[in-house]
Design a binder for this molecule. Structure first.
Ligand code: MN
Length: 661
């Protein structure tokens, strides 16, 4: 790290203050607390490449939260910038202690992110160190932290271009949620290491000779893929570890001087590509040129897959030193080489602006917000399109002509009758491509319809259409409402109560929906008499009179039933350390846990506690969003318990043997 005398003095002061402030504290593992901020500062410097300001903030990141030192003291001693970053980090931490739904917390993280990205970068380092030292925590905390990490921090790291962080996060999460699979793959990787290295050597050797001739220093090496990504492949492709050939990728990093012109970088990379494909046969459709068009998170690299010795497919990544730095350290490195632009045309500026926009969107509750954010701003990349004046608009990939109209202004969206892309009329649902020039034709008579919802992907367009639909529906439905009121009056039944019965019976979401269907002839009022009898001023479904009298099951499972604890013999599992029978619980259908699986209990709204496997595909979502509804669960060791299990049996059809022809 480049530090001047001033920085050094400040770093010293920060270090002393942190050591002093944390002197009484210890971590869960028993080691002195100060090890943690020091480790976070180290990660910020070495693994993200952040500067003095961030390193000082990292050293101080837990001081305000955990010690008597106040935010005002930090501001006073270290100035406004560091003070603000530490405030941001403190706020993020206290958000997590709150018992509020995680979606709210995530929104807070993003707010801080758009204010000063350094807060989130230091937070990433903090999270990484916590994940690396997770083993000292009790299991249910490990699960919760792992869930948050894979749900938000890993995708965020990806979006910020911190690929190394993302990979390590996901590996560490897997170590918690699928310890067995993790250690099995780790073991196999270690066992096959020698073979792999020999293979890489055989692949690389003929390349080296030719690469030397370019006259640019370079590194070439094989990198094993992460345990998580191997595991993912095993699951998604249904193959075994032994069947995966591309357990590694070969990377060529060309060490051009840092400030070389872009054209030189590109040319050198393509020369290397040409050498690789002269030596090994390329697979034509497997080339990806992210140098000419970088990914929207800043990633630049040239990828190709070739056929190596023994006919095995090998992925080769070609890039310069600068590109490699950006690929590993993302935003921070990008910042260092290009500087933070102020013209708003930088890839990160654009992304941050789009995040700001959804943060400011009104009427979006936190869970909806998170869905929209994950959908459109974390994973998907963007398309860049233009207005007729040449102004650029960025929309999520998959956005349609109609999305574009709404992105200009909601009124333009409402009144949109046609869209021209590159001067040709296209359907409103046409997906936009990079570089499209889009013109919207409007008419004051136009208004949104239900079918529009299927034509848009952006949250903004969706919520605008929905609210306009509601208003429209309400207006149209007024006739339906009048008709319904008359009908119920004629039947001599009470209005509110009967409406509730009807809504539930015909499965409508609201009164408005039902009125609308009456007004538009989708629902015949005569149906009421067909399906219901009137008894004592009430609507009673025909043929269901008896069932109706049985009381509904109560949905009050929020507190454990205060029953006597049954004998330990019947106890199958412990929930929250207590015999399971004290609670209403059942096993989740999605993962069917069986005796011995690591499990947890999740408090559902309407059906008590559900027991899931720790490795259940739904668990990440449940824990990240509803961490406060998670309870620990464990099996009581009974060797002869019986259970229902799903078995997948795979067989190989051996042809004629045993077959009737
Ligand atoms: Mn911390």
């Amino acid at each position: 790290v480049n530090v001047d005398a001033n920085d050094k003095e400040e770093l010293d002061r920060a270090y002393k203050l942190a050591v002093d402030a944390h002197s009484e504290q210890r971590r869960k593992s028993g080691e002195p607390y100060i090890f943690h901020p020091i480790a976070v500062a180290k990660i910020s410097a070495e693994e993200i490449g952040l500067g003095a300001t961030s390193i000082i903030s990292a050293l101080l990141h837990d001081v305000v939260e955990d010690t008597p030192i106040t935010s005002a003291q930090i501001h006073e001693q270290f100035g406004k910038t560091i003070g603000k970053i530490v405030d941001g980090l403190t706020k993020l931490d206290s958000a997590y202690n709150a018992n509020s739904p995680q979606a709210e917390n995530f929104k807070k993280i993003l707010r801080t992110l758009v204010e000063d990205v350094r807060v989130v970068l230091v937070k990433m380092a903090d999270r990484l160190h916590n994940m690396r030292t997770l083993g000292a925590m009790p299991m249910h905390k490990q699960m919760k932290i792992a869930a948050e990490t894979s749900f938000l921090y890993a995708p965020l790291a990806h979006r910020l271009g911190l690929y190394a962080f993302k990979t390590e996060y996901l590996d560490l999460c897997m170590k918690v949620t699928d310890r067995e699979a993790y250690s099995e793959i780790a073991k196999k990787l270690a066992a096959t290491k020698r073979d792999r290295e020999a293979y890489i050597e055989a692949f690389i050797t003929p390349l080296k000779e030719r690469l030397d001739q370019i006259g640019v220093p370079y590194k070439i090496f094989g990198r094993p893929k992460s345990i998580y990504s191997i595991w993912n492949k095993i699951k998604s492709k249904g193959v075994t570890f032994e069947e995966i050939y591309d357990l590694f990728a070969v990377r060529i990093v060309l060490e051009l001087p840092m400030k070389s012109p872009m054209s030189d970088e590109k040319m050198v990379c393509w020369r290397a590509y040409s050498i690789v494909t002269d030596v090994h046969t390329p697979i034509p459709e497997r080339i990806k040129d992210w140098i000419t068009t970088p990914k929207s998170n800043g990633y630049e690299s040239l990828h190709t897959t070739v056929i190596g010795p023994k006919g095995r497919y090998v992925e080769v990544q070609i890039r310069t030193e600068r590109m490699d730095q950006i690929a590993e350290k993302g935003f921070a490195a990008h910042w260092k080489y290009k500087g933070v632009s102020t013209d708003g045309n930088d890839v990160y500026d654009k992304w941050l602006n789009s995040v700001r926009e959804i943060l400011d969107a009104p009427n979006m509750d936190a869970v909806e917000f998170l869905g929209e954010f994950k959908e459109n701003h974390l994973f998907n990349e963007e398309v860049f399109v233009y207005t007729p004046n040449g102004d650029m608009k960025i929309l999520p990939k998959g956005a349609t002509a109609l999305d574009f109209a709404f992105s200009i202004h909601s009124d333009v969206g409402y009144r949109c009758t046609a869209v021209k892309v590159n001067n040709k009329l296209v359907p409103l649902s046409a997906k936009l491509k990079n570089g499209d020039q889009v013109t919207v034709v409007t008419s004051p008579k136009q208004k949104p319809s239900e079918s529009w919802l299927k034509m848009v992907v952006t949250g903004k367009a969706k919520s605008k259409i929905k609210s306009s639909m509601k208003e429209e529906k309400r207006k149209v439905g007024e006739i339906g409402m009048e008709a319904m009121k008359r009908k119920l009056k004629n039947l001599k039944v009470q209005y509110e109560e009967s409406m509730e019965t009807l809504i539930a019976y015909f499965k409508y979401e609201s009164y408005v929906d039902l009125f609308y269907d009456i007004a538009t002839d989708k629902f015949q009022i005569a149906q009421i008499a067909k399906h219901f009898n009137v008894e004592a001023g009430k609507l009673v479904p025909k043929g269901k009179e008896e069932e109706n009298t049985t009381p509904k099951q109560t949905h009050d499972h929020l507190t454990p039933h205060q029953q006597e604890v049954k004998t330990a013999e019947n106890t199958k599992l412990l929930i929250n350390g207590e015999p399971g029978e004290k609670y209403t619980y059942s096993f989740a259908n999605c993962c069917n846990p069986v005796q011995g699986d690591p499990i947890f209990a999740f408090l559902t709204i309407s059906s008590g506690l559900k027991i899931h496997r720790s490795s259940c595909p739904n668990s990440t979502n449940l824990m990240a969003n509803y961490g406060y509804r998670i309870m620990t669960a464990e099996w009581v060791n009974t060797a002869n318990a019986s259970f229902v299990a799903h078995l997948t049996i795979k067989g190989v059809d051996k042809g004629k043997i045993g077959r009737a022809h």
